[in-house]
Design a protein around this ligand. Structure first.
Ligand SMILES: [Zn+2]
Length: 214
């Protein structure tokens, strides 16, 4: 994809997050690996008025030398650090979707109550330890939580998903929200039964195979 198309897709994905109800106001943000740096949503501009040229480029060589009219998202640190640390990932998506964030507020992992938990890469969706938003400590906590996973919750904050494409990162964010909603709803009517490690091993094997078919 060329640079303009990436910028356009970042904006359309922001708008889709809004349409899908997994984002509130300007709280979500998105980044995409490009050349020797990242393209990222600017700080505090509402998605309806966002133009391709408003997306900010930040070179891996220095966070301070960003190129754009507006400063990058206040969550630049973890977008930048994840894309730098994980060459297998090209996109990072962040939001404060209600149900997943509710579990993050309780500082809970999403357990294996449903086989779809496996699309996060493991036997749960882990919750990263708490640190102040925008801090490098938060960034380090997220990278630690993402070890072996494509997504994690952020304690008292929200959700991060990572993928090769924005479409996959968005689908994963929708699924994490569904999983959190299912777990919270199941808690209202009884005690959710969590799938065993052995069953999850089988599921993860199938998901791995499923993922390679495309
Ligand atoms: Zn946030």
């Amino acid at each position: 994809m060329n640079e303009l198309n990436i910028r356009k897709e970042i904006i359309s994905t922001c708008q889709k997050m809004e349409e899908l109800g997994i984002n509130q106001g300007t709280s979500g943000n998105i980044s995409y690996r490009f050349n020797d740096g990242i393209l990222i949503t600017p700080s505090g501009i509402s998605y309806e008025v966002l133009k391709p040229e408003d997306i900010v480029f930040v070179p891996f060589s220095s966070k301070k030398e960003y190129k754009g009219e507006y400063p990058p998202s206040s969550e630049l640190d973890f977008h930048f650090d994840i894309l730098k640390a994980k060459p297998q990932v090209d996109c990072v998506l962040h939001n404060h979707s209600i149900y997943a964030t509710s579990m993050a507020i309780c500082r809970m992992d999403i357990p294996a109550h449903h086989y779809m938990v496996g699309i996060g890469g493991g036997k749960k969706i882990p919750c990263a330890s708490y640190a102040t938003f925008g801090s490098s400590e938060l960034s380090q906590n997220i990278i630690k939580a993402l070890d072996g996973y494509h997504t994690c919750l952020l304690a008292n904050h929200g959700v991060v998903t990572t993928a090769k494409t924005l479409k996959k990162a968005l689908n994963l964010a929708v699924e994490v929200e569904n999983l959190a909603k299912q777990y919270i709803m199941a808690k209202q009517v009884g005690e959710p039964v969590i799938l065993s490690d052995k069953e999850m091993d089988k599921i993860l094997e199938k998901i791995k195979f499923y993922g390679t078919k495309k």
